[in-house]
Design a protein around this ligand. Structure first.
Ligand SMILES: *Cc1c(COP(=O)(O)O)cnc(C)c1O
Length: 848
C-alpha cells in the first residue's frame, strides 16, 4: 500500500534490545490492530499477567518486562512459534486483496488524508474526548479492514482529555495525568538519515517546531504532531498539551498546527493525497496549506489554486447548533495568519478573513472555521439524515435565495467499528453465524445469517455478558471507592453488589445539558419504585464526565451521587467514574438496555448506542440522530414524538413520564416474562431483530464504504481533472466565476407562457442572459416537493434566439400535467462542467 511507509530506520530500533525475537514482539505491540484483534492477548498476558490485566497495553507490557523475563519466555519454542505465527498472519493480512482493490481495480487514488482533532483508537492512546474521536478512530479501523488508502492526521496531547475522580462529597475532580510518550504505542517519524522529522510552522515573531509521531493502525498510518520540542519558545511548547483546554488563542494555535502543520507533514513525507477529509471544521486551515502548495507547484494565483484543490476536500460537520463552530476574533487571525496570507498565499489578509465570514465585507465579523471549510470544500456532509437537514438550516445563510432543501449538505450516518466493541462471546456467535471475514467486505448478506441464531444461544450470550459485567462493576467500584476515601466496610460491600440475573440498564455519556443525563431522575421516587420491585429487580449503571468548565454538567453528576447514596436505593445504582473507552467496552458488551435521552436534534448522530447492537443489547432512546433513522418497534424503544421542543421544561417532564412508563409497562415486563426454560421469548426476538437489521448498517464498515463511493472516489477524479495542466480547468472555472459575479445582476426574464395541452404543461420563457452565455447557466422549472418530499426540477432547453436581443433566448420545457401549472416557477442557476452548484457558485435568479 502506497500510503503505508516506514520512514527511516526500522521502528523498533528506537529501543534497542538485542534479545532474539524482540523485533517480532515490537512489531505486534506497535500495531493498534490489537485493539480489535485479540489473537495476541495471551502473549502479553504471558509476559506479565498483572500488568496486562491492569493496562491492556501491549507496548507498556513490552517496555516494562525485564530482559531476563523476555529471554525466558522467548526460549519457549511454543511461545516463540505463536509469536512468529502472529507476525506472519498480520503480514499476510496486510497483503490480501481488499474490498477497495476488488471494487475499484483501476483506481489509482494515492491517499485520503483524514484530519481530526481527536482519535479514539484505544485507551492506550488517550487523545480523545468523546464522539468525534470515536468516529475518527473507528473510521481508520474500517479503512484498514476495507483497504481504503487513508492516512490519519491529528495531534499528540501531553495530557489528552482530563481524567475524572468522584470525591467523597460526590463532586467531580479533574486530573491531568501526563501521557508519557515512551509508554504510548507511537514512534517518532524519522527522516531517511535517522533524524527525527521536525517541521517549522511560522508563528508571529517565532518559528514553532513541531515533532511528528506515527501510529500504526493495521495498514493505515496515523500521524500525530506535537509542539513539545526543546527548541520551542516555552509558551509554545504547551500548544498541544491539552485537548479542548485553554482559551481561543490556544485553540487557534492548535488548529494551525493541525491544519497547516498537518498538510505540511504529508508533503514532507512525500504523501500526495487527492482527498482531504476534514472531520469537523477544526482542521479547515488544511484548505489553505493545500492551496499554498499548489501555488508553489504551479505558480497559479490563490483563487485558481483554491478552485483546483477544493474539489478534493470533503468537510464533515458534526454540530447541530451554529454556536458549536469554532470562531476567532479577526485580530487573532490577522496576528497569526496575516503574514502567511500575504507572503505565502499572495492575498491580503482581508481576503483570508472573507473566507471565514458570512458577509465578506463586515470588518468586525468573527472568523468561522466552518465557513472556511465550506468555502474550501467540494462537498459537505452531516453525520445522520436528521443532522444533515439541521445543517442545511445552519448553512442556509451562505446560500441565500436557495431553498433550504437544496443547501448542499449530504449525509453519511456514522457507524462504529464492530470488531472493536464486540465481546469475545459475541465475536464467537457472529463468527459461527457469519464467518471470520465478516467485516472485511460488503456486509449485506450477514443480516439473514445472524437472524438464524437460535433463541437459547442468544440468551446464553446475554447471560454470560451480564455476568461478566457484574463482575467488572464490583471490581471497578471497589477500587473507585478506595480511591475516594471510602471505609473498608463500604469497599467490601462493593464486592457483592448487583445481581447477574437482574435487568441491567446503562447510561454513559458526556454530562452536558442537552444530553439530559438527569432525565431519569426527574421523579426520583418513581425511579426508586421502578428499580426496587422485589420480583423484578432493575440495576442501573451511570457514567460520564462533565467538562471542567461545565458547571451544570457537574451539578448533574452530584445529583446522581446524592440519589445513589440514599439508603433506599441500596445497590441498584452505581456511578462508575472516569468514563473512558475501556469502560464503554465493558458496558456496551454487558448491559441489556442502553438508554439515551438527548434533546432532539442536538445529538447530531450519537454512537454509543450502536456499540450495543453487535452484543445483543437493546436501545431505548430519543428519536434523534441515528436512532431516528434506525428505530422500528421490533428493534427497541423510542422516546419523543419526532419533533423538536428545544428546552421546554414541560416537554422534559412529559418525556420523563414517557420514559418511566416505557420501563414499567414494556421493558421490565418483557424482560421478566419467561418460557418454561427461563428464556424471555419476546425479548430475545427483539434482540434478534436489532442484531440482524441494525448491526451492519450502523457499522463504520458501511460508513467508510459510503464515504468512498459517494465522496472519495468522485473527489479524486474531480481534483485530478482540475489539477491537470497546472490547473487549467481550475483557471477556466475562475473565469466563469468572475463572469457570473460581474453579469449575474443583469440577468432577467421576459414573457412567460404556460399552455396545458391534454396531459402536458408547456412552459416557455424568454431569458435575457445579457453578458452570460447559454453554456454558463441552466434554466430550470422548479416545484417544491409534495409533503416535504424532494423538489421537482426540470431543465428547460435553450431554443431560438430572441429577435434583436443580445444573448436573449426562448427556453422551453414540458412536464406531465399532474400538478397545477402554478406549482412551477422558472429559475436560472449557474452551470459549468464539473462544478458543484450551489456550493461553488450560489447565484440564483427566480421568476417572481
Ligand atoms: C462511544 C463513546 C462516546 C460517544 O458516545 P455518544 O453516546 O455518541 O455521546 C463517548 N465517549 C466514549 C468513551 C465512548 O466510548
Amino acid at each position: 500500500m502506497s500510503n503505508v511507509r516506514r520512514v527511516g530506520s526500522p521502528i523498533y530500533t528506537f529501543f534497542p534490545i538485542e534479545v532474539e525475537g524482540f523485533d517480532a514482539l515490537g512489531e505486534l505491540a506497535l500495531d493498534m490492530r490489537w485493539s480489535w484483534n485479540h489473537a495476541a492477548d495471551e502473549v502479553w498476558a504471558q509476559l506479565d499477567q498483572d500488568l496486562w490485566d491492569l493496562t491492556h497495553n501491549p507496548w507498556v507490557v513490552l517496555q516494562t518486562v525485564s530482559r531476563d523475563r523476555l529471554k525466558q519466555v522467548l526460549k519457549d519454542p511454543i511461545f516463540r512459534r505463536k509469536v512468529d505465527d502472529l507476525v506472519e498472519t498480520k503480514r499476510h493480512e496486510a497483503e490480501v486483496p481488499t474490498w477497495f482493490q476488488q471494487q475499484y481495480p483501476q483506481n489509482t487514488m494515492t491517499a485520503v488524508a483524514y484530519f481530526s482533532m481527536e482519535f479514539m483508537l484505544s485507551e492506550a492512546l488517550p487523545i480523545y474526548s468523546g464522539g468525534l474521536g470515536n468516529v475518527a478512530g473507528d473510521q481508520l479501523k474500517a479503512a484498514n479492514d476495507l483497504g481504503v488508502p487513508v492516512v490519519g492526521v491529528g495531534l499528540l496531547y501531553q495530557q489528552g482529555y482530563f481524567r475524572q475522580v468522584i470525591d467523597m462529597y460526590g463532586a467531580q475532580q479533574a486530573l491531568f495525568p501526563y501521557n508519557d510518550p515512551g509508554q504510548l504505542p507511537v514512534m517518532p517519524v524519522r527522516e531517511q538519515n535517522g533524524e527525527w522529522l521536525r517541521l517549522e510552522v511560522v508563528l508571529p515573531g517565532y518559528s514553532l517546531w513541531v515533532r511528528a509521531w506515527q501510529v500504526q493502525v493495521g495498514r493505515v498510518m496515523l500521524y500525530l504532531l506535537d509542539s513539545n520540542d526543546a527548541a520551542n519558545f516555552p509558551a509554545y511548547r504547551g500548544i498541544t498539551s491539552e485537548l479542548y483546554g485553554g482559551g481561543p488563542e490556544q485553540r487557534l494555535r492548535q488548529e494551525i498546527v493541525l491544519g497547516i502543520g498537518g498538510w505540511r507533514l504529508l508533503e514532507a513525507l512525500g504523501i500526495k493525497p487527492e482527498v482531504c477529509h476534514m472531520n469537523e471544521g477544526h482542521a479547515a486551515f488544511a484548505v489553505l496549506e493545500r492551496t499554498r502548495i499548489f501555488i508553489e507547484e504551479t505558480g497559479q494565483p490563490f483563487e485558481v489554486a483554491l478552485a483546483v484543490t477544493r474539489a478534493g476536500n470533503l468537510f464533515t460537520t458534526h454540530t447541530p447548533v451554529a454556536d458549536g463552530f469554532d470562531r476567532f476574533n479577526p485580530q487573532l487571525i490577522e496576528h497569526y495568519l496575516g503574514d502567511y496570507a500575504r507572503n505565502s498565499l499572495g492575498i491580503p489578509s482581508r481576503d483570508l478573513l472573507a473566507l471565514g465570514r458570512l458577509n465578506p465585507n463586515a470588518p468586525t465579523e468573527d472568523f468561522n472555521m466552518a465557513y472556511l471549510a465550506v468555502r474550501g470544500s467540494g462537498a459537505i456532509n452531516g453525520v445522520s439524515r436528521l443532522h444533515a437537514k439541521v445543517s442545511r438550516g445552519i448553512f442556509q445563510q451562505l446560500f441565500p435565495d436557495w431553498p433550504e432543501i437544496e443547501v448542499p449538505v449530504g449525509h453519511v450516518t456514522n457507524g462504529v467499528h464492530m470488531p472493536s466493541w464486540d465481546s469475545a462471546e459475541a465475536d464467537a456467535l457472529w463468527t459461527e453465524s457469519c464467518g471470520k471475514e465478516r467485516w472485511l467486505g460488503i456486509t449485506e448478506t450477514l443480516e439473514g445469517k445472524i437472524h438464524c441464531a437460535p433463541d437459547d444461544k442468544l440468551w446464553q450470550l446475554r447471560a454470560a455478558a451480564r455476568k461478566s459485567l457484574v463482575g467488572y462493576v464490583r471490581a471497578r467500584l471497589s477500587k473507585q471507592l478506595a480511591a475516594s476515601g471510602a471505609t473498608t466496610e463500604e469497599i467490601k460491600k462493593a464486592h457483592y453488589i448487583f445481581d447477574a440475573n437482574a435487568l441491567t440498564l446503562g447510561f454513559a455519556r458526556r454530562f452536558t445539558t442537552y444530553k439530559r443525563p438527569n432525565l431519569l431522575l426527574h421523579d426520583p421516587e418513581r425511579l426508586l419504585r421502578i428499580l426496587t420491585i422485589l420480583e423484578r429487580p432493575v440495576q442501573l449503571i451511570i457514567a460520564g464526565k462533565a467538562h471542567p468548565d461545565d458547571h451544570a454538567g457537574q451539578a448533574m453528576i452530584q445529583e446522581w451521587m446524592r440519589f445513589i447514596r440514599r439508603p433506599e436505593v441500596g445497590t441498584h445504582v452505581v456511578f462508575l467514574s472516569d468514563y473512558d473507552m475501556l469502560l464503554t467496552e465493558r458496558l456496551v458488551q454487558g448491559v441489556d438496555v442502553w438508554i439515551n435521552t438527548p434533546r432532539r436534534p442536538w445529538e447530531a448522530c450519537g454512537t454509543s448506542g450502536m456499540k450495543v447492537l453487535v452484543n445483543g443489547g437493546l436501545n431505548l432512546s430519543e428519536l434523534d440522530g441515528w436512532w431516528a433513522e434506525a428505530y422500528t418497534p421490533e428493534v427497541g424503544w423510542a422516546l419523543g414524538d419526532g419533533n423538536e421542543h428545544n428546552s421546554d421544561p414541560a416537554w422534559d417532564a412529559a418525556e420523563a413520564d414517557a420514559l418511566y412508563t416505557l420501563l414499567e409497562r414494556e421493558v421490565i415486563p418483557e424482560f421478566y416474562s419467561r418460557d418454561r426454560n427461563g428464556i424471555p421469548l419476546a425479548w430475545v426476538a427483539r434482540i434478534r431483530e436489532s442484531m440482524s437489521r441494525l448491526t451492519t448498517h450502523f457499522s463504520s464498515n458501511r460508513a467508510v464504504r459510503q464515504y468512498t463511493e459517494r465522496y472519495y472516489v468522485p473527489a479524486t477524479a474531480s481534483f485530478r481533472e482540475r489539477a491537470a495542466d497546472k490547473g487549467a480547468a481550475g483557471a477556466q472555472m475562475v473565469n466563469w466565476l468572475h463572469n457570473l459575479a460581474r453579469e449575474w445582476g443583469n440577468l432577467r426574464f421576459g414573457e412567460i407562457t404556460i399552455a396545458t395541452n391534454g396531459e402536458q404543461h408547456l412552459f416557455e420563457v424568454q431569458v435575457y442572459l445579457n453578458g452570460l452565455y447559454p453554456d454558463e447557466v441552466r434554466v430550470e422549472l422548479y416545484a417544491e416537493g409534495v409533503k416535504g418530499g424532494d423538489p421537482e426540477r426540470y431543465e428547460m432547453k435553450c431554443g431560438p434566439k430572441l429577435i434583436g436581443a443580445e444573448n436573449g433566448y426562448i427556453y422551453g420545457a414540458q412536464v406531465q400535467a399532474i400538478r397545477a401549472s402554478t406549482d412551477y416557477t422558472v429559475r436560472v442557476i449557474p452551470s459549468h462542467t464539473g462544478s458543484a452548484v450551489p456550493l461553488e457558485a450560489a447565484q440564483i435568479h427566480w421568476q417572481r
